[in-house]
Design a protein around this ligand. Structure first.
Ligand SMILES: *[C@@H]1O[C@H](CO)[C@@H](O)[C@H](O)[C@H]1NC(C)=O
Ligand SMILES: *[C@@H]1O[C@H](CO)[C@@H](O)[C@H](O)[C@H]1NC(C)=O
Ligand SMILES: *[C@@H]1O[C@H](CO)[C@@H](O)[C@H](O)[C@H]1NC(C)=O
Ligand SMILES: *[C@@H]1O[C@H](CO)[C@@H](O)[C@H](O)[C@H]1NC(C)=O
Ligand SMILES: *[C@@H]1O[C@H](CO)[C@@H](O)[C@H](O)[C@H]1NC(C)=O
Ligand SMILES: *[C@@H]1O[C@H](CO)[C@@H](O)[C@H](O)[C@H]1NC(C)=O
Ligand SMILES: *[C@@H]1O[C@H](CO)[C@@H](O)[C@H](O)[C@H]1NC(C)=O
Length: 217
């Protein structure tokens, strides 16, 4: 008796699980973006324009399509939603690098194809052009960089490769090249050039460091 009851309960639990996980409707539809069924990377440049055409294949009925830019939906005109849909990405900029466009089937959003923009651009350098420090103080020159592909970075001083003195420290991240100088001396005065070399182009930005004597004047 005891065995029978627990056996029955096991059967019920099993049936319940089967019902819970029974798929509502199987989708055989396939999506493509510009003929690709796989996610892909689209190489592009600032200022250009790209159109992406999403189409449904092997569908048995009308299918509505959705486009996402990252997490946000793209507004589509009514004639640009059923069975196929085209988005136009215009005036592409450096900031669009890495942005993902995804086409999804409205009825089953697990069916999707994504395109990631790979926007190639030369190094863009920025930072404080002029800095003044009193002898004995610490200074830090920060050369911020944006570049794709990543640039090889280095410091020059008065047009020569920077010789690292004891009181110099260089720190590099993917976003900046920094030069920290502790206890600046008169001889540290000068123009420091931040050089970024990528396969696209070489860019230079000058940082002028003016070292003043303590209590000058
Ligand atoms: C897909 O490929 C076909 C044949 O290669 C071509 O004619 C068509 O223009 C392509 N469509 C898109 C959206 O790229
Ligand atoms: C995608 O296909 C459309 C239509 O064939 C074409 O105009 C567009 O240039 C293609 N875009 C890319 C990024 O290949
Ligand atoms: C559509 O279905 C056929 C038969 O199952 C298959 O051979 C074909 O690759 C499918 N088309 C796409 C775009 O997946
Ligand atoms: C979408 O595709 C379905 C199935 O092939 C078809 O019956 C329907 O007419 C198509 N609708 C549009 C607007 O293309
Ligand atoms: C992006 O494009 C650049 C230049 O064509 C290339 O070197 C780089 O490998 C690409 N990055 C990816 C993730 O595909
Ligand atoms: C200090 O460096 C600046 C920037 O390079 C330069 O204009 C100035 O002449 C230098 N002063 C001295 C005393 O060397
Ligand atoms: C910049 O890189 C290119 C190749 O990527 C190389 O030929 C060139 O010598 C480099 N320039 C400097 C100043 O390092």
């Amino acid at each position: 008796m005891v065995w029978n009851v627990s056996g029955l309960m096991r059967t019920c639990r099993f049936l319940l699980l089967v019902i819970l996980f029974l798929p509502c409707e199987v989708t055989t539809s396939v999506l493509t973006v510009n003929n690709s069924t796989e996610n892909y990377i689209l190489d592009t440049e600032p200022g250009s324009q790209e159109s992406l055409k999403c189409a449904v294949h092997n569908h048995t009925r009308e299918e509505e399509l959705l486009w996402y830019r990252e997490e946000g939906t793209v507004d589509l005109k009514s004639g640009n939603k059923i069975n196929s849909s085209t988005v136009c990405v215009s005036s592409i900029s450096e900031n669009d690098n890495g942005v993902t466009f995804t086409c999804k089937l409205q009825r089953d959003q697990s069916v999707s194809v994504s395109v990631v923009l790979n926007v190639t651009f030369p190094p863009i350098l920025s930072g404080d052009d002029f800095q003044t420090a009193e002898e004995g103080n610490d200074v830090r020159l920060v050369c911020s960089v944006k570049s794709n592909p990543q640039a090889k970075m280095m410091w020059y001083k008065n047009s020569n490769i920077l010789i690292l003195e004891k009181n110099y420290q260089v720190h590099q991240t993917s976003e900046s090249l920094q030069l920290s100088i502790t206890k600046v001396k008169k001889s540290d005065n000068g123009t420091y050039s931040c050089v970024a070399n990528s396969s696209v182009r070489m860019e230079t930005k000058d940082f002028h460091l003016i070292v003043k004597a303590v209590h000058e004047g």
